[in-house]
Design a protein around this ligand. Structure first.
Ligand SMILES: NC(=O)c1ccc[n+]([C@@H]2O[C@H](COP(=O)([O-])OP(=O)(O)OC[C@H]3O[C@@H](n4cnc5c(N)ncnc54)[C@H](O)[C@@H]3O)[C@@H](O)[C@H]2O)c1
Length: 471
């Protein structure tokens, strides 16, 4: 097993190596803004990251296999709601370009991988995007480069999955620099090695309270030089970097953060269901508990988990844990409770309609908000999709409205083919179901116009009406 020492300790134990030479060269280039940065995967994580480096005067090349994204960027357009075309155009003026051509990898000094890490149909990690990317990079790898993985994944991915492919499939016999002194301690040793690190993305989409720069960046290198090089690279765009002793520690850090959220959301979802039964307002309780100045952090109930991270990432760890003959029971229990929430919403709509002597079967239901959280244009794993499918299955005539989605087509797990309804004549619906509380909505007006409102988000707080059912 690899020895694990604190970064600084390992640094002192390691004699001057090829990795030191690479580190010095990279740091110099980063300082002078001469380092060429390649970002692979230009999605919600990769594109903003590429733009941040571009703003800091780095030469940035983005890589994506989606030709439509590459074309849109080439034409100076954007496909992410919160990124404007002007931002893309000013990055282009700074030298930013996008391509699907992996041969350009050899021209990069640092390569940052931000590709998806979903679950497969058996709820197991699907590393095919990471392995696909790594297979594509390997033939174009050259000595002296820094390769960083940012995709959220289980501990061991960087070292056990990515590095072996890079070492096996590069064309010139390169090896990843590790903790021990290099056998290639000669002057051109840096031609035979590359540096590797893992650094998790911590972005919180839609959060406008913390600037991206102010989110500390955790970094775990395969050796001390890789950590230091990655810290230098991220130090150019983040105010603080946090080195940890290994890629696995950095991978685990990200999972701890997301499991913490997943488990606490499940706890509050369970307590909400109890409070509903007991006639207690969970939102009032959370607000009161939040006045405690220590030892309590508020989490909020909702219609179910959504997004690329919280519903997915914990299961990366529970899968990996099995290799160690270990069951992650908190993750499984939280998963069970959170997965059940859309079913709870369906039951609540049913009992709300029942009070009006109506049934779900045949009811006209408007789902308000389909994004997985407020004010963002992201539909991935959104509970609204499950809720729509469940309502349809029970015979409801479902429409939806969301300012961010004029159309819902086909995704990995759904095929709805629905067009956004107009936000008018709300009285024609038997039930308006609030799933996502976008800021654009005037909830007082919505309640006034509707026959019945089922609210999964406490969006109607402060509005007094017998039409509202909290769920
Ligand atoms: N979105 C978030 O808020 C967020 C936050 C923290 C961490 N993450 C993690 O970051 C990673 C990326 O997430 P995302 O939201 O940016 O995903 P995304 O789906 O928005 O973007 C991924 C991009 O990678 C591209 N891609 C796929 N395979 C490729 C390949 N072989 N070569 C080049 N490009 C390829 C896709 O075309 C897509 O444009 C995931 O592991 C995710 O868990 C995301």
């Amino acid at each position: 097993m690899r020895e694990r020492f604190p970064v600084e300790a390992r640094r002192f134990m390691t004699p001057s190596t090829a990795a030191d030479t690479i580190l010095d060269q990279l740091k110099h280039k980063i300082q002078l803004r001469q380092a060429r940065v390649g970002v692979i995967g230009l999605g919600y994580v990769g594109l903003p990251l590429a733009l941040l480096y571009s703003e800091q005067k780095f030469q940035v090349t983005g890589f994506d296999i989606d030709a439509r994204k590459v074309d849109t960027l080439a034409q100076g357009g954007s496909y992410i709601y919160r990124i404007t075309a002007e931002e893309i155009q000013s990055a282009k003026a700074q030298g930013f370009s996008a391509t699907s051509d992996y041969s350009q990898i050899s021209g990069m000094d640092a390569i940052i991988i931000c590709v998806p890490t979903p679950l497969n149909e058996y709820h197991e990690p699907d590393l095919s995007y990471i392995t696909g990317t790594t297979h594509s990079i390997a033939p174009h790898l050259r000595g002296g480069q820094l390769v960083i993985l940012e995709s959220t994944t289980y501990p061991g991915t960087t070292e056990e999955v990515m590095v072996p492919i890079l070492e096996r499939e590069n064309r010139v016999g390169l090896k990843a620099a590790r903790g021990e002194a290099s056998s290639d301690n000669q002057k051109d040793g840096n031609q035979k090695e590359f540096l590797v690190a893992f650094s998790p993305e911590r972005e919180d989409p839609g959060n406008t309270t913390v600037a991206r720069r102010d989110i500390p960046k955790v970094v775990g290198g395969l050796n001390a030089q890789a950590s230091e090089a990655a810290c230098a690279l991220y130090g150019a765009i983040f105010n603080r970097t946090v080195p940890v002793s290994s890629p696995a520690a950095a991978e685990m850090t990200k999972l701890l953060e997301n499991i913490y959220r997943c488990v606490n959301i499940a706890l509050v979802n369970e307590l909400k269901m109890l409070c509903l039964r007991m006639g207690i307002d969970i939102w009032e309780v959370i607000a009161a508990a939040s006045t405690k100045p220590f030892g309590f952090h508020p989490f909020y109930p909702g219609p179910g988990l959504g997004g690329h991270c919280i519903p997915v990432d914990p299961f990366y760890l529970s899968w990996k844990a099995k290799e160690w003959d270990f069951r992650t029971r908190f993750i499984e229990l939280a998963g069970e409770i959170n997965t059940n929430m859309p079913y709870h919403v369906l039951a609540s709509v049913g009992s709300a309609l029942n009070r009006h002597k109506k049934s779900v079967n045949g009811a006209r239901v408007l789902v308000l908000g389909v994004a997985y959280k407020k004010d963002i244009d992201d539909l991935r794993e959104s509970p609204s999709l499950t809720i729509i499918e469940l309502l349809q299955k029970d015979g409801a005539e479902v429409s939806y409205h969301d300012p961010y989605f004029p159309f819902i087509g086909r995704g990995r797990k759904y095929d709805l083919q629905m067009k956004c309804a107009e936000l008018k004549d709300l009285g024609k619906y038997d039930c308006v179901l609030i799933v996502t509380d976008h800021s654009d909505y005037d909830f007082a007006h919505i309640v006034q116009e509707s026959q019945l409102v089922v609210d999964t988000r406490n969006a109607t707080r402060g509005i007094s009406s017998g039409k509202i059912v909290h769920c």
